[in-house]
Design a protein around this ligand. Structure first.
Ligand code: ADP
Ligand code: MG
Length: 227
């Protein structure tokens, strides 16, 4: 079951010497279970900042993020990192695989961190499902960009998180590899709510809803499909 995400009045400021830089301000948002949402907007509009706040990888300066009734912005570091490990999968533009581990070892990591060795044992099957059954023992340096991102999707999925977040997941890929990655990511909606940051209009068009940011605020919401 996909996660229900509620964002209430979040803002994020950075200190720039004496000055205060407000990169997100007054963002309210509700994302429904198993919805696919694209977050778009110009470079610097706050997309990555918002995604990191949804993931609990960053803390807002004000406001709250609640996932499945748990207000993650109120959790202490330990509780937050436990929540993240179980409920949130994150996919980075730059893959962020561990260079010294093989593909299958990379995919196992999140399950091993939870001590869930049954799930860890499903790593090879997950890689097969993303078309990498023949790359199990390859290291990241032996994989193409598209293959690395498919490993990253398998890794983000292994604990069956209820929320999958991806920041420009196709940004480093050619269009064919990007297409495959997107397909695999969107397939995860069976079990997860999917939020993808992108500046690619063709990706945004395929989401259920596009949220456009400008200057740290929601400038536009485009409903593509009833959800
Ligand atoms: P986007 O992903 O839409 O391109 P970001 O969320 O990465 O935008 O950044 C929004 C704004 O916040 C940018 O102006 C960026 O320079 C600023 N910013 C991001 N991270 C930091 C930081 N750690 N310190 C200061 N400013 C930051
Ligand atoms: Mg960004």
């Amino acid at each position: 079951m996909g996660g229900h995400i509620e964002v209430d009045g979040i803002g994020r400021d950075y200190r720039d010497g004496q000055a205060k830089l407000t990169v997100l301000d007054g963002v309210d948002l509700e994302i429904h279970p198993n919805e696919i949402v694209a977050i778009t907007g110009p470079s610097g509009s706050g997309k990555s900042t918002l995604l990191a706040l949804l993931a609990g990888l960053d803390r807002p300066s004000r406001g709250r993020v609640t996932i499945d009734g748990v207000t993650i912005t109120e959790l202490d570091e330990d509780a937050l990192s436990r929540f993240r490990g179980r409920h949130i999968g994150f996919i980075f533009q730059s893959f962020q695989l561990i260079d010294t581990l093989t593909a299958v070892e990379n995919v196992r990591v999140p399950a091993e961190l939870l001590g869930d060795f049954e799930r860890a044992g499903e790593a090879a099957a997950l890689l097969e499902r993303v078309g990498l059954g023949h790359r199990l023992t390859h290291f990241p340096s032996q994989l193409s960009g598209g293959e690395m991102q498919r490993v990253a999707i398998a890794r983000a999925s292994i604990v069956q998180p209820s929320v999958l977040l991806a920041d420009e997941p196709t940004g480093n890929l050619d269009s064919r590899a990007g297409e495959r990655v997107l397909e695999l990511l969107f397939e995860r909606r069976d079990t997860a709510t999917v939020v993808v940051v992108t500046h690619d209009a063709s990706i945004a068009e395929r989401a259920d809803r596009e949220i456009r940011l400008a200057d740290g605020r929601i400038a536009d919401v485009i409903e593509r499909r009833a959800s």
